[in-house]
Design a protein around this ligand. Structure first.
Ligand code: RRO
Length: 309
């Protein structure tokens, strides 16, 4: 069974990589992802300067998923560019990048454009946890403005990480904008922003930043991820690939996201809860499911979801 997939110029031998922000802030963590059964690595979203992030506790696991308000802790863009320049892996590395204001996001991409880095880059337009900053992906004008500025100078493979959308008209409007740019891919979805997990015993919220509000990941959000991948696959130019992210804990979940049109799939909360062994387990479950169904490669079923009849 062939599990390979391509996005732009990159070939992934297996379709599972880590979601940005999961096991990827330090060189030690990133090397562990590369040494695991993951098909590639995404870096923690990098900002121009290093950031400590929000006060702890800022991540909490539940039976059905997680809540986080990390606040973009990262080692700074130079650190991730150096790591990539010095690693000898043959697995693709996706450099995630962002900023707390538009000028910083542009400056970060200008630095990447001027560097020797030739891989793919993911512009995160959807961090829900920076105090006082809205998610750009929910603002159509701001999204258009940043992509106009970016594609004035940026020529390397670029994707955008999007927040979840919940209305069919949002998909129409967003896809109409995204289709105007030479994007290599979109990644749907980031965490479902500003949810609330509370503890009934102590009658308190479970994380400290933002009064307890934070991004929800894990099993709670799989139907939202499936919907976003499906809705964008139905609306985007076929040249724009899709990374499907959200709520995967089994090989069947991966199969479902690919059926909706995902090219590769990212693991977030499941890796926080189970560790890097999740990659090998879920790869095997996907392989077994494909074998049982008589599928030999991902293109045998990618995007083939049928309507009810
Ligand atoms: O660091 C975070 O708080 C964070 C980011 Br940048 C993001 O994009 N998504 C998320 O759930 N947390």
């Amino acid at each position: 069974i062939d599990l390979s997939a391509t996005i732009g110029t990159e070939t992934f031998q297996h379709p599972l990589i880590n979601a940005a922000g999961v096991w990827d802030e330090t060189a030690t963590e990133m090397n562990a992802v590369l040494a695991s059964a993951a098909g590639g690595l995404t870096t923690k979203s990098a900002t121009l300067a290093p950031r400590a992030g929000n006060p702890k506790p800022r991540y909490f696991d539940t039976k059905l998923g997680s809540i986080n308000s990390m606040g973009l802790p990262n080692q700074g863009l130079d650190y991730y560019l150096d790591f990539i320049a010095n690693t000898t892996t043959d697995k693709p590395i996706d450099l995630s990048v962002t900023g707390t204001k538009m000028a910083d996001q542009i400056a970060a991409l200008q630095q990447i454009q001027a560097s020797d880095f030739t891989g793919m880059c993911e512009l995160n337009l959807s961090c829900p946890n920076v105090v006082g900053k809205p998610q750009i992906g929910y603002d159509l004008d701001a999204t258009k403005e940043i992509l106009d500025q970016v594609f004035d100078f940026y020529t390397k493979p670029l994707g955008v990480k999007l927040p979840p959308y919940f209305d069919l008209q949002q998909y129409d409007a967003m896809a109409q904008i995204l289709n105007q740019y030479p994007l290599t891919y979109i990644n749907a979805i980031n965490s479902v922003g500003n949810g609330l997990v509370i503890d009934p015993d102590s009658e308190r919220v479970v994380i400290k930043p933002k009064g307890g509000f934070g991004g929800i990941g894990g099993k709670y959000i799989k139907p939202v991820a499936l919907a976003n991948v499906r809705a964008f696959r139905q609306r985007l130019r076929p040249e724009i690939k899709i990374i499907g992210t959200g709520g995967v804990t089994t090989g069947t979940d991966v199969f479902e996201l690919i059926l909706c049109g995902a090219d590769i799939v990212e693991l977030g909360t499941v890796v926080m809860q189970e560790g890097l062994a999740a990659f090998a387990r879920i790869n095997q479950e996907l392989t077994d499911l494909m074998a049982a169904k008589g599928y030999h490669k991902l293109t045998d079923f990618r995007g083939h979801l049928q309507e009810y009849q």
